[in-house]
Design a protein around this ligand. Structure first.
Ligand code: DI6
Ligand code: FE
Length: 410
């Protein structure tokens, strides 16, 4: 029982896709997989005869389902008051001393019960899904104790059972120092490493992340977290070179990291290191914008070294309260100088690689998961161009179409 979606303008993003769309394209969906992808005139007639259903998308653009490969979607409350303070000129330290910053979210997350954490994350997730997200990564990192980190990860797993989306979790206990460990960062890292095997045994962890920065953890502390991950065979990723250059990317490359994220302060040696290890550079224009950063990630060097570039929302309450992946495409182009095509690669094929699922997701090709979006658009450049609209017309994940929005209801 297959379904043929045809009359599509296909952007497959496959094989480092040349910047070319396939006109009059067709997708043959067989259960949760793509059976065939290409121009309709090449579709084998035997395949066409077995189709149970044919859907004409009237020339609309069809892309792989969007993948947000870096979010902190599960947390308690929000930090809008802190936003207002920053606009009035308060700096990071002053806000932290006044009870704001990551620790404010840690307190709110710990105080929140599971259902409330779940409910808030679910509503954020639904906004993302309405814009064509079919896979999302969610990090822990606002619990900072074994039980509260576990709670965050369980909520992330629960979201995957109740929403039409693939969810990859990252263990980010090394996000900030837990208040109980004030002045004892090394002891905290010991605890972070000690909690990991149990959480992994419970099936809660797909990858391990850390925040390596002068306001986060040191290179040596990051190394210990990576060693704990490696001992369990878990892949690593890193918040690297966001606010300063700690040479975290080079360390991550030594561990074969899936991705290094942020990277505004990445130097040429760092670029070469991640190029050699095949690590994806994840750029986060929302945080750059929201924090009014001025130092740009080294896009030209990354391109020259052929480092795959992904784009993500970094959704979090402090530095990137962004729920729009499409707005990130626009910002990646306007602020970071990516082309619209590169930006789309960044939320499809390269985002899949950043999550270690590049073999099955992120492109439209036979054998891949049937995750795709039909857009009210005719070319990928329109997705990066538009600001604040929602051209997502239909979205299919694992062969199942998400409930369609009614016309005129965004
Ligand atoms: N880098 C960031 O920008 C966020 N975390 C990180 O490692 C900030 C998170 C927050 O302020 O809550
Ligand atoms: Fe982040």
């Amino acid at each position: 029982m297959t379904t043929i979606w045809h009359n599509a303008t296909l952007a497959t993003m496959a094989d480092n896709a040349p910047e070319r769309v396939v006109e009059r394209g067709a997708l043959v969906v067989d259960q949760d997989r793509l059976r065939w992808v290409g121009p309709i005139e090449q579709l084998p007639s035997a395949l066409r005869r077995t189709a149970a259903d044919e859907i004409d998308v009237a020339g609309a653009l069809v892309t792989p389902g969007l993948i947000d490969c870096h979010t902190h979607l599960v947390y308690g409350n929000h930090r809008a008051r802190e936003f207002e303070m920053r606009l009035q000129g308060w700096n990071y330290e002053e806000i932290a001393r006044a009870g704001g910053g990551i620790r404010a979210t840690v307190a709110a997350t710990r105080a929140s019960d599971d259902d409330r954490l779940y409910g808030q994350a679910s509503s954020r997730l639904q906004t993302m899904l309405s814009q064509g997200i079919t896979t999302i990564e969610i990090k822990s990192g606002y619990g900072l104790s074994r039980d509260h980190e576990a709670r965050m990860l369980r909520v992330a797993r629960r979201l995957a059972t109740t929403h039409p989306v693939g969810i990859r979790t990252s263990y980010l206990a090394a996000h900030a120092l837990a208040p109980e460990f004030e002045g004892r960062a090394d002891a905290y890292i010991d605890a972070v490493c000690a909690w990991l095997p149990g959480l992994h045994a419970e099936g809660l962890v797909d990858a391990v992340d850390a925040f390596c920065d002068n306001v986060g953890f040191s290179l040596e502390q990051t190394r210990r977290v990576f060693e704990a991950a490696q001992a369990l065979g878990l892949p690593v990723k890193l918040h690297a070179e966001q606010l300063s250059n700690q040479h975290g990317a080079a360390l991550a490359a030594q561990f074969g990291a899936l991705s290094c994220d942020h990277l505004e302060h990445l130097d040429e040696a760092g670029v070469q290191a991640i190029a050699a290890s095949g690590t994806v550079a994840v750029l986060l224009p929302g945080a750059y914008y929201f924090l009014r950063e001025t130092r740009l990630p080294p896009v030209r060097q990354l391109r020259a070294a052929r480092v795959p570039i992904a784009i993500a929302t970094d959704h979090n309450p402090g530095s990137s309260p962004v729920l729009s992946p499409l707005l990130m495409l626009n910002m990646a182009c306007v602020l970071f100088g990516l082309t619209p095509w590169e930006a789309l690669l960044g939320v499809t094929a390269n985002a899949a690689r950043a999550l270690g699922i590049g073999a099955t997701h992120g492109v439209l090709a036979a054998g891949k998961h049937a995750d795709f979006v039909v857009w009210d658009a005719g070319h990928p450049r329109e997705l990066a161009y538009c600001i604040g609209g929602n051209p997502c017309r239909r979205s299919v994940r694992s062969g199942v179409e998400r409930e369609r929005r009614t016309r005129g209801n965004p």
